[in-house]
Design a protein around this ligand. Sequence first.
Ligand code: HEM
Length: 125
Amino acid sequence: MTDSQEESLYTRLGGYDAIAAVTDEFLERLMSDPTIGYYWAGDSKDTKRRDRQLIVDFLCEATGGPVFYTGRDMKTSHHGLGISEHDYDILMEHCVATLDKFEVPEMEKSEVCAFLNGLRADIVD
Ligand code: HEM
């Protein structure tokens, strides 16, 4: 086993600050995309900040970081929003573009994309 395989994805991505920075860029892209941005259109700044923090926590915990996610599960928090497969495809495109912008290496990029794609069935209505 190589060193990089022994380290958690959290560590290989650069830890909390790196994951928080990637999340901010990712959310900025999603919320300003004309085809899916309306999902967050009515949110107050405070709601956006809270949801952003929950997403950072969720990703840090899922990648093996020392973080405890206190939000709701993906099925509960997205059920009824009407998110389509096409919406999710757009999210995945923004995911790749964001990771490319931060020059995340191919292996970590594919792990993050596989993880997010794995949530698809719970999030799409
Ligand atoms: C196109 C896909 C998605 C859309 C349109 C979307 C939209 C939303 C919206 C509108 C909320 C607020 C719901 C509410 O409080 O009533 C929310 C919450 C949330 N989303 Fe998503 N989401 C998507 C995909 C994802 C993905 C892939 C993740 C995983 C990183 C995620 C993580 C979360 C988390 C952690 C919350 C907060 C849960 C809570 O309030 O306890 N979402 N999402």
